[in-house]
Design a protein around this ligand. Structure first.
Ligand code: TMP
Length: 207
């Protein structure tokens, strides 16, 4: 059974890390070889880049600097964790991947999509997710779920985050067989059930 890359995407407060963590524990309990990582981060250097990116004091960072830092952290993660795990036929669950750059820096900040695709291919070594779970939730509801201490990206305006959400919806149309929209339910378990159904077909048959 070849390795599989499952990515989680969503706007602020969509519950990505809770849901991806639940999925990780579920697959692990079933005895499957699975790892769970996040972007930006997941490596020693990536976590340091994350600090720079999310630090609210870095107000003057240019959109291109921001884009390239996310890409640098991604390349580090791909080389040191994602690619080796896939070669070992593992299931890789990753919170965020290139789609986040497409929407947060592309749709959100207006960075050219061609540049994102070109540098993105370098950063990911051309690895694409087998499945992307997009947790869909209106921006206003997500905002209420974010705590009062906001990072540099969370501090951006609602208009910015609406562009991000619109970007995700456009991407879901562009990649309909890969990106699946899961409507976030008030009941976390119900959301998880929907995710597990998607993953069953992809990862569990034949293992
Ligand atoms: P999170 O781990 O809480 O989702 O925080 C990561 C933040 O970084 C989140 O606000 C989304 C943002 N982000 C981008 O803007 N571009 C990217 O490429 C990635 C991976 C994340």
């Amino acid at each position: 059974m070849p390795g599989k890359l499952i990515t989680f995407e969503g706007c602020e407060g969509s519950g990505k890390s809770t849901q991806s963590n639940n999925l990780y524990n579920y697959l692990k309990r079933r005895g499957l070889p699975v790892i769970h990582i996040r972007e930006p981060g997941g490596t020693k250097i990536g976590e340091q880049i994350r600090q720079i990116l999310l630090n609210p004091q870095n107000k003057t960072m240019t959109p291109l600097c921001e884009t390239l830092l996310y890409m640098a952290a991604r390349r580090e993660l791909v080389e040191s964790a994602i690619e080796p795990a896939l070669k070992q036929h593992k299931i890789v669950i990753c919170d965020r991947f290139l789609d986040s750059t497409r929407v947060y820096q592309g749709y959100g900040l207006g960075v050219a999509m061609k540049l994102i695709e070109d540098v993105g291919r370098l950063a990911t070594k051309g690895i694409e997710p087998d499945l992307t779970v997009f947790l869909g939730l209106p921006v206003e509801i997500g905002f209420k779920r974010v705590g009062s201490v906001k990072d540099r990206i969370e501090q951006r305006s609602k208009a910015y985050h609406r562009r991000v959400r619109k970007g995700y919806l456009n991407l879901a149309k562009r990649f309909p067989s890969r990106i699946k929209i899961i409507k976030v339910d008030n009941d976390k378990n119900k959301t998880q059930e929907k995710i597990r159904k998607l993953v069953e077909g992809l990862c569990l048959s034949g293992r």
